[in-house]
Design a binder for this molecule. Structure first.
Ligand SMILES: CCCCCCCCCCCCCCCC(=O)SCCNC(=O)CCNC(=O)[C@H](O)C(C)(C)COP(=O)(O)OP(=O)(O)OC[C@H]1O[C@@H](n2cnc3c(N)ncnc32)[C@H](O)[C@@H]1OP(=O)(O)O
Length: 140
């Protein structure tokens, strides 16, 4: 299983999504569910993918994930994204999730994962991505 990189104390990338973790997002044990978190990460990364691809994309793959800290109900959950690379029709986007309680300054990294999107047309056929991206999305 991939070990989460905790060496960087600051989030990496652009803040793409900020959301409050509600009671309704918790499982029956009262913990925020992993499925809810993956859904938020997919939403954050797809904003970038659709912008880069200038249109429709589909989630092609999600890399290994480890959930190293629980998210408490009432936490502010932030998804940061950065573009890793682009192929002919695909884009690899890293999503980092950080959380903190609203009254707390200290934030913690919760998880990270790589998402791969493929640009598709209205008939779900793969289409090439024009290699023109904004400075915000430029890979390192
Ligand atoms: C405890 C917690 C548990 C949680 C657990 C529950 C979770 C509960 C909620 C989760 C919710 C959120 C997660 C949403 C995740 C969906 O939304 S999943 C559903 C959305 N996705 C889809 O419907 C996509 C379905 N797939 C397709 O339609 C076709 O595969 C596609 C996208 C049209 C691609 O067609 P294809 O012929 O397979 O593509 P192919 O030509 O082989 O490859 C195209 C490009 O992709 C690249 N590629 C292909 N495969 C890969 C791969 N595996 N890796 C990297 N690149 C790849 C190729 O290299 C190529 O790149 P380029 O060189 O062109 O740049």
């Amino acid at each position: 299983m991939k070990k989460l990189d905790e060496s960087n104390p600051e989030p990496r990338g652009e803040l793409q999504l900020r959301i409050l973790a509600n009671r309704t997002d918790a499982n029956i044990s009262g913990d925020i569910s992993g499925g809810w978190l993956v859904t938020q990460m997919d939403s954050a990364a797809s904003i970038v993918a659709n912008r880069i691809a200038r249109g429709r994309t589909a989630t092609m793959a999600i890399g290994d994930m480890s959930f190293i800290r629980p998210i408490k109900v009432g936490s502010v959950v932030c998804c940061y994204t950065h573009l890793i690379s682009m192929g002919r029709s695909s884009a690899r986007i890293m999503v980092e999730v950080w959380s903190r309680m609203p009254e707390d300054e200290l934030r913690h990294k919760v998880t990270e994962a790589e998402f791969v999107y493929v640009a598709i047309d209205d008939n779900r056929r793969i289409r090439p991505i024009e290699p023109r991206i904004s400075r915000a999305d430029a890979p390192d």
